[in-house]
Design a protein around this ligand. Structure first.
Ligand code: SAH
Ligand code: SF4
Ligand code: F3S
Length: 451
């Protein structure tokens, strides 16, 4: 669905340098982190952030390529940016669609003047300046380390901050575009991360979520030159007295080291929550997905994590309708879900992605079959999430206050188990308050402020 015809933009009009910008992020937490960094970059150039994209001189669409729907959303959004008088703001497409489609984006949507991939967005300000002067540009190089070095220092942060520590993926699951859009696995250096965490805490963060496409593959050297893994990094960050909570996501079962599992029992500030995608509950399907774990090895990891931290909340990702998946194999996924009892989980219909091996596999599953399987899986996951929340009723816990609720005097925050909790009373954003959990639904809990 072309957003417009190429004829409309044969002579690129010069636009004045943009003064206001709006960044919209479509993807995962790493994509959100990139969106924050791009906003910081543009602000450092003297531009002003605008909450609404209508009216902003520059709109950055920070895109996601993971499923077809996510990609198509970008093009409908580009179309919607056209103003009543036919003009558009300066449009930049960043993120994983930019990496995957490159210049094709401008061919399909000529109102886009800048295309910049996830490892090259430190170049955004100069590309925007060029585009405003009439010179469109595409940049999809992958020098991840150069990017981080060129970004401005972190200054302000909300109570819960993201910190990308690892990027890229070498796992090549047969359905997935991430290894192509994000490149090879790299770990950011220890010293840079300690510094960025310190700045985030100084800027207001009480909680930091360490991010990576395979965050538990992070490896580095501490300040004494010793080789450490993610657990070692968490240990160092936990020593900051002003940082209250640490989380990490997303993990791959293969990189779930003994040290990281043990850390869940040893580091109080490491929250009792683990997002460990399994994707399917059948070994033949897992093999065809190139997941490199089996149902048994996955369940063993969970046993060890539960032994280290009995109250851990477990989360995962699932794909239904992978090519060749039979009803019996899908049933195995339901059985696995019944065994694990996730606190929350994400589930998706398989979406064939251009260039991935699974897209051309035999046995592509009909849409109606996928719909029906997804419904059954989601019913099971909702049942388990509701049960997990109900089992929390009666618990006393700390809630990190993140924002105001819809009702007068109401606040919203997160429990240690990443549940959304709402309560009313005296509080402020960034407070860690004690609440009694008194009522539960599938997606949130009501709390009563203590003291
Ligand atoms: N690195 C993470 C996941 C990144 S993508 C991991 O390995 O777990 C987030 C989730 O999107 C995946 O866990 C998977 O469940 C889903 N996903 C990825 N590619 C997909 C595709 N082609 N179709 C449907 N879901 C997909
Ligand atoms: Fe994609 Fe697999 Fe890598 Fe996760 S581990 S990002 S699902 S290729
Ligand atoms: Fe999407 Fe890229 Fe993240 S494809 S899920 S934004 S790594």
């Amino acid at each position: 669905m072309p957003a417009e015809t190429p004829a409309q933009t044969q002579t690129p009009p010069r636009q004045p340098q943009p003064k206001t910008f709006h960044v919209k992020s479509f993807g995962c937490q790493m994509n959100v982190y990139d969106g924050e960094r791009m906003a910081e970059l543009l602000a450092a150039q003297g531009m002003t952030a605008s909450d609404e994209r209508d009216g902003a001189d520059l709109v950055v669409l920070n895109t996601c390529h993971i499923r077809e729907k996510a990609t198509e959303k970008v093009y409908s959004d580009i179309g919607r940016l056209r103003r009543a008088d036919g003009s558009t703001p300066l449009i930049a497409v960043a993120g994983c669609v930019a990496q995957a489609e490159g210049e094709e984006i401008m061919a399909r949507a000529p109102s886009v003047k800048v295309v910049v991939g996830p490892q090259a967005y430190h170049r955004l300000p100069e590309m925007v300046a060029d585009a405003a002067a009439g010179k469109s540009g595409t940049e999809t190089d992958m020098p991840a380390e150069a990017k981080f070095a060129a970004l401005p220092k972190r200054r302000r942060s909300g109570p819960s901050a993201f910190l990308t520590v690892q990027e890229g993926c070498d796992k090549f699951c047969t359905y997935c575009v991430v290894p192509y859009t994000r490149g090879a696995e790299i770990s950011r250096p220890f010293a840079d991360l300690v510094e960025e965490a310190r700045l985030l805490v100084a800027g207001g963060a009480r909680e930091i979520t360490l991010l990576g496409q395979n965050v538990n593959a992070w490896a580095g050297q501490d300040d004494k030159g010793r080789a450490i893994g993610l657990d070692g990094l968490i240990r160092v960050l936990a020593a900051d007295p002003d940082l209250a909570r640490i989380r990490y996501t997303t993990s791959h079962p293969n990189d779930m080291s003994e040290g990281l599992i043990a850390a869940h029992g040893e580091i109080d500030k490491l929250m009792p929550f683990l997002h460990l995608p399994v994707q399917a509950g059948n070994d033949r399907v897992l093999k065809a997905m190139n997941r490199s774990h089996t149902v048994e090895s996955y369940l063993k990891i969970l046993d060890r994590v539960r032994a280290a931290r009995p109250d851990i909340a477990l989360s995962g990702d699932f794909i239904v309708g992978f090519p060749g998946e039979t009803e019996a194999e899908f049933q195995d996924t339901l059985d696995l879900v019944g065994q694990v009892r996730h606190a929350q989980a994400f589930s998706f219909k398989y979406s064939p992605r251009p260039g991935t091996p699974a897209a051309t596999m035999d046995g592509q599953i009909a849409a109606e079959v996928m719909d029906e399987r997804l419904q059954r899986l989601q019913a099971a996951l909702t049942r388990d999430a509701t049960a997990f929340n109900q089992a929390s009723v009666g618990r006393r816990c700390q809630v990190l206050v993140e924002r105001r609720g819809r009702h007068e005097g109401q606040w919203l925050g997160k429990s240690p188990w990443l549940q959304s909790v709402h309560f009313t009373g005296e509080a402020a954003i960034g407070d860690l308050v004690t609440v009694d959990l008194v009522q539960a639904g599938p997606n949130s809990l009501a709390g009563q402020l203590v003291g």
